[in-house]
Design a protein around this ligand. Structure first.
Ligand code: GLY
Length: 381
């Protein structure tokens, strides 16, 4: 007996991470009938395993469409967090306290100086700090630091809250959010994707958005689409310091440290390409705790609260994959956000929802087309 065929929706979203939930929310805001399917729970994957930095200027240095997209999305977090508070009562804890990069030797300082020049050339706001100025900004930093570079506009949110708020706001606008529901394949008619097969039946849809993080590639492969999205495992620690000894996101010697409103400091993150096992390791804990103490020695008095791991969905060029895949109508891809899923959620949600509904996207995402990988050899898949 074939599983039941469910009523049609305008947009079916595969994946309940921050990207899928943002697409669902923005499509529902436009009045679309939306159904989102998540194999585990909302935010159970990479989105829930991140510190929530909005690192517009910290992650990418070269000017171009990617930096533009990151900066646009960083700005969009402000109205998004306000809208989500109004619509759901959930505060996603948006905080703009900047990002401070610190160097502990001459080579590190040279690197920061080069980054400072590049940022200024692009007209971005950045401040060069000598050791004294850096410690004035963050007195808990290790005293032997030699220089700092401060990006006052970088910010942070609470990722699990953000994902939950997006899902709740989508639901309150009529979207169906189905957890513990695995998408197992697509319905097709000729060159059109017409819906999804799930572990609980089939659903027909005008447009399907594949936002399944590292799970996206095997699904795309079923349609013959080459989508080289691989995991880059990251481990992350939570320390309870209360009150937190730092105010900004601090990028130190081998780690970043993100102070949270509830008194935690999140220390991240390792990077292990090609590893699918999310479980944290002793090696990860050792390298992150060593780096955290090197950067802010006062953290030795903090309590070790927890450690966890997540799989960043990463492409060969470390850029996201956004838009229609060659050869298929009514299928959009939205993944490959690597280290920037939380940051990119507003702009990707708005833009992919607009594409799904046949509207002009508010950001030009044409540089991130899935087709750029079409010529790659099979062995990178
Ligand atoms: N967003 C920072 C990281 O992925 O480690």
């Amino acid at each position: 007996m074939s599983p039941p065929r469910r009523p049609a929706v305008d947009v079916a979203v595969v994946g309940g991470g921050v990207i899928g939930c943002s697409v669902a929310y923005h499509a529902a805001r436009h009045g679309a009938r939306v159904a989102l399917f998540e194999a585990e729970g909302i935010g159970a994957g990479a989105s829930g395993a991140t510190a929530g930095m909005l690192s517009g200027q910290s992650e990418v240095q070269e000017p171009g469409p990617f930096l533009d997209l990151l900066l646009k999305s960083r700005d969009l977090h402000v109205p998004l967090s306000e809208a989500l508070l109004e619509e759901t009562g959930l505060d996603v804890e948006y905080l703009r306290a900047g990002a401070l990069h610190v160097a502990f030797d001459a080579e590190g300082a040279e690197d920061l100086a080069a980054r400072y020049s590049r940022q200024k050339e692009q007209g971005l706001s950045a401040r060069w700090l000598d050791a004294g100025e850096a410690r004035e900004l963050e007195p808990a930093l290790a005293p032997d630091l030699v220089a700092g570079l401060y990006f006052p506009e970088d910010a942070q949110v609470n990722p699990p809250r953000l994902v939950r708020a997006l899902a709740l706001a989508a639901q309150s606008r009529g979207a169906g959010v189905e957890e513990a529901t695995r998408v197992t394949g697509f319905l097709t008619e000729g060159d059109r994707v017409t819906g999804v097969r799930t572990s609980r039946g089939t659903v027909s849809a005008q447009t399907v958005v594949l936002a399944g993080g590292v799970g996206s590639s095997p699904l795309a492969q079923d349609l013959g689409i080459r989508l080289p999205v691989h995991p880059v495992k990251g481990e992350i620690l939570a320390l309870r310091a209360g009150p937190t000894p730092i105010k900004a996101n601090v990028w130190g010697d081998g780690c970043y440290l993100v102070p949270k409103r509830d008194g935690r400091v999140i220390a991240g993150a390792t990077e292990e390409p090609g590893v699918y096992d999310r479980r944290p390791t002793l090696g990860g804990v050792a390298s992150l705790s060593g780096a955290a103490l090197r950067t802010v020695p006062a953290l030795s008095r903090s309590q070790f609260e927890s450690v966890w791991g997540g799989l960043r969905p990463t492409t060969p060029d470390k850029r996201p994959v956004l838009g229609r895949a060659e050869g298929w109508e009514r299928l959009l891809i939205a993944t490959g956000t690597h280290r920037n899923g939380v940051l990119l959620a507003p702009v990707v949600g708005q833009s992919v929802a607009a594409l799904a509904l046949g509207e002009e996207p508010p950001a030009d995402v044409s540089s991130f087309s899935p087709d750029r990988f079409a010529a790659l050899a099979r062995d990178v898949l």
